[in-house]
Design a binder for this molecule. Structure first.
Ligand SMILES: [Zn+2]
Ligand SMILES: [Zn+2]
Length: 364
């Protein structure tokens, strides 16, 4: 087991008032240490991804732009238009100092995790700073500059793997899906909230992949107020069967924890009780299908103190095979369903499961 981390990750900082606070990653690693779980893993430092590695997913003109913006270089008028078109005129993705270096470090950290697993130095690896799944080929989006999920998946694919990416962030994994939409050797599964006006607005069941890759993009949508039981039901009805059908050689998971009731940017009502369960599922599937090869990445999570460290420590405890150490110390809480939503959520989740199966022409 490998944990990819050092404090240089804190440089991925969009500013004091931005929802994505880099200290959440530091707090998670501190809790992993406090619970005594860090001793079961090798600590690996991240490194910056090279332009060639980032180029597996992003265009060179975009990488050059990110570098110039983060170095405070004066831009020509066409470059200003290019920067706005690339997403940097928004509050979500403000330009920050050393933007390229800090973003390339996170993508490189995910490669370090993927490399450790690919080379057999670790069965499982976790990069809690990773999971930046919204970045597109030529565009920053949703707090994400480089899409480390797609970069590590492409890096592993180049080394002959069939890669399955399972994204359980509350937001659709749109950048990752777009990267591999026509690639039959990478399966992307995203479980997310889908409702009017909710970011990013994609992730419908009929988004199944293009051409030869039809059937290798899968989307399970949850309505607002979905709580633990229907969320886990959706996961169990969809993820294991799709993975068994695809037969990946490596599992990559984006583990955003913004599904939680306390998350300020979304509307689901999950608790930290899903984490030991989902960790166990991923763990079992990695051993069943991939000889254990499992690369876990972080993702969203904006309840910085209350949720992120607890969720990712519970996940990590499962990765190292000591879930009891975390659950005993962290005592995961749970929330009852919202009475007025209870009757609505179950049928909506059942509908989503059926819609996904119909779109993929597949039955459990
Ligand atoms: Zn294991
Ligand atoms: Zn998210």
């Amino acid at each position: 087991m490998a944990l990819v981390y050092d404090e240089s990750y804190l440089a991925y900082n969009h500013g004091a008032l931005h929802p994505l606070q880099p200290r959440r990653v530091k707090l998670a690693v501190e809790l992993i240490r406090q619970t005594g779980l860090a001793r079961f893993a090798d600590l690996l430092p991240p490194r910056q991804a090279t332009d060639a590695e980032l180029g597996l997913v992003h265009g060179q003109a975009y990488i050059d732009l990110v570098r110039r913006l983060g170095h405070g270089e004066e831009l020509t008028r066409p470059e200003l238009y290019q920067a706005a078109a690339a997403g940097f005129a928004s509050d979500d993705n403000p330009v920050f100092e050393q933007m390229h270096e800090a973003s390339a470090l996170i993508a490189g950290g995910s490669i370090v995790a993927g490399e450790a697993v690919h080379e057999g130095r670790a069965e499982h690896a976790f990069n809690p700073a990773g999971g930046l799944h919204h970045a597109m080929r030529e565009m920053a989006s949703g707090f994400c500059v480089y899409n480390d999920v797609a970069v590590v998946a492409a890096w592993l694919r180049e080394r002959g793997h069939r890669v399955a990416v399972v994204d359980i962030d509350v937001h659709h994994g749109d950048g990752t899906q777009a990267t591999f939409y026509s690639d039959p050797d990478v399966l992307t599964i995203s479980l997310h909230q889908l409702s009017r006006g909710f970011f990013p607005g994609t992730g419908h069941p009929d988004e199944v992949g293009a051409g030869e890759a039809a059937g290798t993009s899968a989307n399970l949508a949850f309505p607002p107020f979905t709580w633990d039981e229907p969320w886990l039901r959706g996961f169990d009805e969809v993820v294991p069967a799709l993975l068994r059908r695809f037969r990946p050689t490596i599992l990559v998971t984006q583990c955003g924890c913004d599904t939680h009731l306390l998350d300020p940017l979304a509307n689901l009502r999950c608790s930290t009780r899903i984490w030991p369960v989902v960790g166990r599922r991923f763990h079992d599937l990695a051993h069943e299908l991939c000889e254990g090869r499992w690369v876990a990445l972080g993702g969203g999570g904006y309840a910085v103190e209350e949720v992120v460290p607890r969720a990712w420590t519970l996940l990590f405890a499962e990765m190292v095979g000591h879930p009891e150490l975390a659950t005993a110390q962290l005592d995961p809480e749970s929330y009852p369903p919202l009475p007025e939503a209870e009757e609505r959520v179950w049928p909506a989740v059942e509908h989503s499961i059926r819609a996904l199966r119909t779109a993929l022409d597949w039955r459990a």
